[in-house]
Design a protein around this ligand. Structure first.
Ligand SMILES: Cc1cc2nc3c(=O)[nH]c(=O)nc-3n(C[C@H](O)[C@H](O)[C@H](O)COP(=O)(O)O)c2cc1C
Length: 169
């Protein structure tokens, strides 16, 4: 797909078909994440691919139940210490944001649905996956073939969010 078509086509998918996702497609999505830029190229992330049903259900119970019903969940963890801080802004959150977007757009291009998930109890996910103490679980996405076609949600117009040369309200 042409890049802007991928960007326009992406939706948050909250219902998935039970069909498994071919390993090669998961690999391509992870590869898109691997290539993401990061603070000083520190690549502070670790991706956990979850397909085991029991583990998926535990992760669903950590926040959004529909997540556990997707055939795959990709959980993105990060080490906050590696990229450090820019003033009071934690770089690992920025880096994980970029990784997630790379992977989600790649999945869209591969015909797969995703939904960025930030709402979950981190300690439940850490327990379920055995994530080391020093790592944070920042985000996750269910992954699978969409079983719904949501309308595009509205976005602000460029005129509302862009100014030139000087910040204008
Ligand atoms: C940082 C972040 C966290 C999010 N967390 C959740 C979540 O916990 N549960 C959920 O259902 N959607 C979550 N979303 C999806 C947003 O609700 C969704 O992107 C937004 O409503 C726009 O819809 P669209 O993705 O279909 O364009 C999250 C999105 C972002 C970027």
């Amino acid at each position: 797909m042409e890049f802007m078509e991928v960007v326009r086509k992406r939706r948050s998918i909250r219902r998935y078909k039970p069909n498994p996702v071919p390993a090669e497609l998961i690999r391509q999505m992870l590869e898109a994440g691997r290539l993401a830029p990061s603070w000083a190229n520190t690549q502070c992330w670790h991706f956990v691919v979850v397909t085991d049903e029991e583990v998926r259900m535990k992760i669903g119970e950590a926040g959004m139940r529909f997540v556990g019903r997707a055939p795959v969940i990709i959980v993105v963890c990060a080490d906050p210490e590696k990229p450090g801080y820019k003033g009071d802004i934690p770089n690992y959150l920025v880096d994980v944001g970029i990784v997630m977007d790379h992977m989600i757009l790649a999945a869209t291009d591969l015909g797969l649905g995703t939904c960025w998930i930030g709402g979950f109890h981190e300690h439940v996910v850490k327990d379920a996956l055995g994530v080391p103490e020093n790592m944070r679980v920042v985000a996750m996405t269910p992954l699978g073939y969409a079983d719904q076609e949501p309308e595009a949600r509205p976005r602000k117009a460029l005129t509302e969010i862009v100014s030139y040369d000087r910040y204008a309200q």
